[in-house]
Design a binder for this molecule. Structure first.
Ligand code: FIX
Ligand code: ZN
Length: 437
């Protein structure tokens, strides 16, 4: 991976001799660092309509649709709303959340930051949605990827690829199409295993002509590993799933198919055999209001001990983890402090708000130093990379300024190069080191 200061001898580094110099260096280094975005839902241009970008996608992001429905008149039901064309949906959201009231929520402010960074400040000033649309109509998907990656300062992103969704898999077989696999690296999403969603798994098995058995599921995933060349498996952990003990497993016949057997007889052995880490997401509950579709999921507090048991019982498997419940963040840090096969990433979804990012980052730095990944964007719409990283960097940078100033006052001399090395770790380097372990 290569962190940038490693070749500069200490004597040739730039000393930072005052609180002011430290704050200014940290601010600048965080703003300028190029990030590895370890979890997104983005697709490259050759995945056609799956690549979401532009103003109408930004305005109909599920965070904003959920917010819109808090304000919508009773006559506009979710059913009616989703039956509209995307542009008409976007018009409703724009009118309600940006015109009828000030867009002060995090998701709304994100749209404004994005447009401003794209140079559309004047159109925003005039509230001119149609002119904004005209500007986007002039962009091409390929050119826009370059523009956004440059503006958001992205090294590469990890994508979410679901082998059980036909609308996605058609873009991969019979032969994987070429695309920029350096900038868009693959994450193989396997929620269906942990939810024990046999109907969906069976369809994917039929698609590949594979038998309906536990061994068949293994074969299916191995085929997708070959096609997608993923960097990790990923799954959201259902709130009801606890680590199935050896005793529980002994009660299942070899042919039994459920979430426990799919986890312990398929996913974990495959992860070990193929040296593929498993990225897990805890504490979401799906859905609490199905009418809102993707925006209808909620947060629940689950047991951090499920992850502890995974780390303990599978020392050869590497786990990446993020939790949605605010109350679990401290316990999670303590866990990460005990297991070298666990790496914490990001402030997920309802935690990706400045007040919570700040709190979580402070706890993490205090307990883990730089051995975690400070943020992931979870972007679904390409343009969101711009605001999600700008907003997060402002908060994380502020926390780091305080941390380095405290260290300085404790008697530790600091150089710009040393801080740069640490910042690179927090924004992707620590993830890469963990993956290379
Ligand atoms: O499970 C996930 O990957 C979640 O991040 C998403 O499903 C969720 O809808 C989201 O976009 C959160 O930011
Ligand atoms: Zn996600």
């Amino acid at each position: 991976m290569g962190l940038s200061n490693q070749s500069v001898p200490k004597g040739h580094q730039t000393p930072l001799k005052s609180e002011e110099a430290i704050r200014s260096a940290v601010k600048n280094l965080v703003e300028e660092v190029h990030v590895v975005d370890v979890h997104t839902h983005l697709f490259p241009p050759n995945h056609g309509k799956l690549m979401l970008w532009g103003i109408d996608e930004l305005l109909t992001y599920h965070y904003l649709v959920a917010e819109y429905f808090i304000t919508a008149p009773a006559t506009i039901t979710p059913e009616k709303f989703f039956a509209l064309e995307k542009q008409a949906q976007a018009d409703l959201v724009w009118d309600s959340l940006f015109i009828q009231r000030s867009p002060i929520s995090e998701a709304c402010r994100g749209v404004i930051t994005t447009l401003t960074e794209l140079g559309l400040g004047e159109l925003v000033e005039r509230r001119d949605l149609n002119e904004v649309r005209k500007w986007f109509a002039k962009q091409t998907p390929e050119g826009y990827v370059d523009k956004v990656f440059e503006l958001a300062k992205i090294k590469y992103v990890l994508t979410t690829n679901i082998p059980f969704e036909k609308k996605e898999t058609v873009h991969w077989y019979p032969k994987a199409k070429e695309f920029d696999t350096h900038r868009f690296q693959t994450g193989l999403r396997v929620d269906q295993l942990l939810t024990g969603n046999w109907e969906s798994i069976k369809e994917a098995l039929d698609e590949m002509g594979i038998e309906h058995t536990i061994e068949g599921v293994k074969k299916l995933l191995e085929k997708w590993i070959t096609i997608m060349k993923p960097k990790y498996f990923m799954a959201a952990v259902p709130p009801t799933l606890e680590f199935p003990s050896d005793e529980e497993m002994s009660t299942y016949a070899p042919s039994t198919i459920n979430s426990a057997t799919l986890l312990r007889r398929v996913l974990l052995p495959l992860a070990e055999q193929h040296h593929l880490p498993i990225a897990l997401k805890f504490d979401s509950v799906r859905p609490i209001n199905p009418a809102l579709r993707e925006g209808g999921d909620g947060v629940v507090t689950t047991k951090v001990s499920t992850l502890q048991k995974l780390c303990l019982n599978y020392p050869k498997v590497k786990f990446l983890a993020t939790f949605l419940a605010r109350v679990n963040q401290h316990e999670l840090c303590v866990l990460a402090n005990k297991f070298g096969n666990l790496h914490i990433y990001g402030c997920w979804w309802y935690c990706n708000n400045p007040s919570i990012v700040e709190e979580i980052t402070r706890i993490r730095v205090e307990l883990l130093g730089t051995a975690f990944t400070s943020q992931h964007s979870d972007a679904r719409v390409l343009d969101q990379l711009i605001y999600k990283w700008k907003h997060s960097k402002a908060v994380i940078g502020g926390v780091l300024q305080d941390m380095y100033v405290k260290l300085f006052h404790a008697g530790w001399s600091l150089t710009r190069e040393e801080i740069q090395r640490d910042v690179e770790r927090l924004f992707g380097g620590a993830y890469e080191e963990f993956m290379e372990k």
